[in-house]
Write a protein that binds this ligand. Sequence first.
Ligand code: OGA
Ligand code: NI
Length: 361
Amino acid sequence: MSNQTSYDRANELKAFDERKTGVKGLLDETKEETHIPNMFVRPVEDRSKDFPTCPDNITIPVIDLAHVNDDNKAEIVKEMLSASSTWGFFQVVNHGIPMEVLDNMIQGTRLFHEQDDEVKKQYYNRDNSKAVSYNTNYDLYKSKAANWRDTLSLSTFLSLGSLEPQELPSICRETILEYLNHTLKLGDLILELLSIGLGLKPNHLSNLRDSQAWTFVCHYYPACPEPELTLGTSKHTDSSFITLLLQDHIGGLQVLHDNQWVNVKPRPGALIINIGDMLQIISNDMLKSVNHRVIAQTVGPRVSIALFLRSLFKSPKKYGPIKELLSEENQPIYKDFTTEEFFTYFFSRPVDQSGLDYFKL
Ligand code: OGA
Ligand code: NI
């Protein structure tokens, strides 16, 4: 029986993948459908042992970056360190990125996913060596249940400078370049504030990273006829130093806090920042990389855009707990490793398993 099931699943996945039109394509063709295909259905045991969702009066911290460069810096640093060491997540407002740039990025993502299938198909691939790819679930053939989501990904982390602007889909090229220009600067500011908060030199974390190594994903979550059976994005932590996330007005992102799912309510103009595994390790657990997920919903499409600031896949640097943070009372929890070891492990393990334990001493 189980062989039969896995055989069917393999075929279903392959047929779906070969259409190259994603979840959106599936929905376009089956407008009247009220059931989702089996490949998206989470195993009953997963659904039944889910954490509860907590009431909406609990929210992740909001940090106001206005006047960060004058008298407010010390206070902002304190708030950010506290949010990063408890929640691992916070929203920033008054970050200086014009509303128009954010709105255009959400609109640009929609335009990419809603353009003609034939144009979109040219970008469909699962080739990790490509700087630009569009597909459904990078782990489609590994996960127990597929996520109700399509994604356009851009990445420079395999080799710096590998992404030429003309490789970007023309429908959102300018939008992406402008958004990246702003968010990469904001990312450096956040790393500076976190460095100061940890008692390091302001450029310590930025210097540790291979600057300009990032992965950028533009997610499209179509409305789902049976949202309780699947997820938009399964529970996971990010492999990054930090992630900068923009979500539209629909909502659906949840952060795990005290064994409860906390909704991250959409806040116009805000960006969500979270700590990734790499920063938890090098801060020797002072900053927390926290599990999060996106629920599927009957409303949609929902659009979100994540920028992962990371190091190169094959960085010449070695990583481990930052020496300046260690002391007699604060012994290293993790061993030193190369980024190749780190990412190879990160991408081979099941997504819902911690990427951290493997690197513990
Ligand atoms: C991610 C992620 C959340 C979202 O891409 O790692 O957590 O809201 N995305 O799409
Ligand atoms: Ni994530």
